[in-house]
Design a protein around this ligand. Structure first.
Ligand SMILES: [Zn+2]
Length: 205
């Protein structure tokens, strides 16, 4: 079933509208190019094993494997079982991505003073998986493509706007059959998306 749905995304460029999420099945060896169409949009990214979603991309296991907090071209990211799941095969951006920060959720916006419901990456993740007929019980930390979280010499962190420019992209290769979920982060309270949430585009080959 996943293979059939994967075919629906093959070839032509797809749009992921601002503030929304999507689940994209990928077969082992397929590539997904994630294009920062307008340049300042963060893309929260998860990957789940097609056969067993409890095996998923794990940033803490990836940091232990790579012995660094950022990813570069050629780096293979691993699951919570320490098996390869994604490789960054190309990156035309300056290479600033985040592996530390949790996805935004309803609690985050409440703490930021937002009184009404605010769309968020965690809900986007659950809705995207539901659209494929699957679900998860706990939310892994995402790979935050294009997110700029400067780490100071004393270990302190800050939220800054992406250093990426319009049209720059990252290409990830699936190292197993998986479901990739992307959320065009709807964070518009802090400056992580450059102050305006935007569409992104992607291609699967
Ligand atoms: Zn978010």
């Amino acid at each position: 079933m996943a293979a059939t749905k994967a075919a629906a995304f093959l070839g032509s460029q797809q749009c992921l509208p601002a503030k929304t999420g999507i689940a994209v099945p990928l077969s082992k060896g397929q590539l997904i190019r994630v294009i920062n169409t307008h340049g300042k949009q963060v893309v929260d990214t998860w990957a789940f094993d097609s056969q067993d979603p409890t095996s998923h991309l794990s940033m803490e296991h990836t940091r232990a494997s790579l012995l660094k907090i950022s990813i570069g071209i050629g780096d293979t990211l691993v699951t919570n079982s320490r098996t390869p799941i994604l490789t960054l095969v190309a990156d035309t951006s300056p290479g600033v991505h985040d592996s530390l920060i949790a996805a935004c959720d309803s609690h985050r916006y409440a703490q930021l003073g937002v009184k009404e419901y605010h769309v968020n990456c965690v809900d986007n993740l659950h809705e995207a998986l539901k659209a494929l007929g699957t679900s998860i019980r706990s939310v892994p930390s995402p790979l935050n493509l294009f997110m700029n979280v400067p780490v100071a010499g004393d270990g302190s962190l800050s939220f800054a706007e992406p250093v990426c420019e319009a049209g720059q992209s990252c290409t990830l290769r699936a190292e197993t059959d998986l479901i990739l979920v992307m959320s065009a982060c709807p964070q518009d309270v802090t400056p992580v998306n450059g102050g305006a949430c935007a569409d992104i585009h992607f291609t699967v080959t």
